[in-house]
Design a protein around this ligand. Structure first.
Ligand code: AMP
Ligand code: GLY
Length: 425
């Protein structure tokens, strides 16, 4: 198979790393990729939203399967563009990607399918939104309705915070048009977990679960990020609960989407809150999480490529995935200043030493490489350092040992990834 992965983060590095091990692979490309990805795939300098050049590249190179990593191209219709040119693409159509692109759409699907989720209301009028907040009080959750790069959500502990969020999203439009409307939700209390399924429009295959660490600082402090680290499996989400979430959340969503004539193909990611009343849906995403993808693929024993192809072809029934009996941890290293204003250009040394630690895999995200091979930071999240082991403690120790070997004074990471699952001192 000739395969094209689309994206340039650590998630896409992990996808390329897994696919490059497939005996079915003839050649792997990644657009645009990064220096880590370049060690397992040929990188092509085409942006993830440059559909015309992407389609032309896929045609010229007789690509058998396109695998999109990030959400933006899916929401903008990459799958439709590829399919119109006769190229199989393992992602949802633009219509189905509304599950990530529109919070209102997701809430309507959830309500229609009887999926447990927070009560909600949508407002296009800022004054009406403010009145609702004054009536309901805090805690309360304010969300920009559109895509806001994971930054459009304010969990307001006080009424004032909620009102300020409405000002910022709707009046000041800090997230642009994503703030034309807000969704206001009941605040759910509990631990969060990310649950993944590979879907072919009808059948959903479990891909496991991980717990992300969204806040930038130790102890879950500071602003939200794309994710600073994660681990899998999650003790707070044992197999019976995972099964229940699959049956009450993933499967009904898939059935509802099929019924509406927009069958969901690709990776369905349910962000869940483990409340006292059981798992409730916070949001859907229509792709792998980052860094969740990295830990899940480290645990996958089966060949990923035929699974993605089966999802694309609608042939997941009777398909089975096998998993390694290991635990995995991902520690994200970010550039100083992340998430607000990451510093660019600093030199990263010691990557080979880190990658040589037993049970460690290093994935690149925002890096660039000079002609002499020097690796530099070129984004917010820069590296994902993963460890595996028989226990979470072993996996974590391996990952942090590797982190310690990386010589990058301008970088930082959280030192407490996995803390909720470790014995309390
Ligand atoms: P989202 O972009 O919808 O994933 O929201 C980002 C984060 O906000 C989630 O990961 C949760 O931590 C939090 N959040 C979103 N909705 C709720 C809710 N209804 N109750 C509590 N926390 C929420
Ligand atoms: N780590 C969360 C996400 O990818 O959205």
């Amino acid at each position: 198979m000739r395969v094209l992965v689309v994206g340039s983060g650590a998630r896409e590095h992990a996808l390329c790393w897994a696919i490059s091990a497939s005996p079915l692979l003839t050649k792997l490309w990644c657009a645009p990729g990064n220096p880590g990805i370049a060690t397992v795939a040929e990188c092509v300098p085409i942006g993830v939203l440059d559909f015309e050049p992407l389609v032309a590249f896929a045609q010229d190179n007789e690509i058998d399967l396109v695998i999109p990593g990030p959400e933006a191209p899916l929401v903008a219709g990459l799958t439709d563009a590829m399919e119109a040119a006769g190229i199989p693409c393992c992602g949802p159509s633009m219509a189905a990607a509304q599950l990530e692109g529109s919070k209102t759409f997701t809430k309507e699907i959830a309500d229609a399918a009887g999926i447990p989720t927070a009560r909600w209301e949508r407002f296009e009028d800022a004054e009406a939104a403010r009145a609702f907040v004054r009536r309901r009080g805090a805690p309360i959750v304010i969300k920009a309705d559109g895509l806001a790069a994971g930054k459009g959500v304010v969990v307001a502990a006080t009424e004032e915070e909620a009102l300020n969020a409405i000002d910022a999203i709707m009046d000041a439009r800090v997230h642009g048009d994503a703030g034309a409307a807000v969704v206001i939700e009941e605040c759910l209390i509990g631990e969060e977990v990310s649950l993944f399924a590979l879907c072919d429009g009808e059948t959903a295959l479990p891909l496991g679960a991980a717990q992300d660490h969204k806040r930038v600082g130790d102890g879950d402090t500071g602003p939200n990020t794309g994710g600073m680290g994660c681990y899998s499996p999650v003790p707070a989400f044992p197999p019976a609960l995972e099964q229940a979430a699959f049956d009450r959340i993933i499967r009904p969503a898939l059935a509802e989407m099929a019924e509406r004539g927009m069958p969901f193909r690709g990776i369905l990611f349910a962000g869940l809150m483990l409340t006292a009343d059981g798992p409730k849906l916070i949001e859907f995403n229509t792709r792998f999480g980052d860094p969740e993808c990295e830990v899940l693929l480290l645990k996958l024993r089966s060949d990923l490529l035929p699974a993605l192809q089966a999802a694309c072809d609608g042939e997941l029934d009777n398909f089975d995935l096998r998993w390694n009996d290991t635990e995995a941890v991902a520690v994200v290293m970010a550039a100083r200043g992340y998430p607000e204003a990451p510093e660019r250009g600093s030199i990263i040394r010691g990557l080979d030493r880190a990658a040589a630690v037993p049970n460690v895999t290093v994935f690149h995200a925002g890096t660039t490489q000079d002609e002499d091979g020097t690796i530099r930071a070129a984004g917010g999240r820069v590296l994902t350092i993963c460890g595996t082991g028989k226990t979470l403690s072993e996996a974590r120790a391996a990952a942090y040992r590797a982190v310690g070997l990386i010589d990058w004074p301008e970088g930082f990471c959280r030192s407490d990834i996995g803390w909720r699952a470790l014995p309390r001192p």
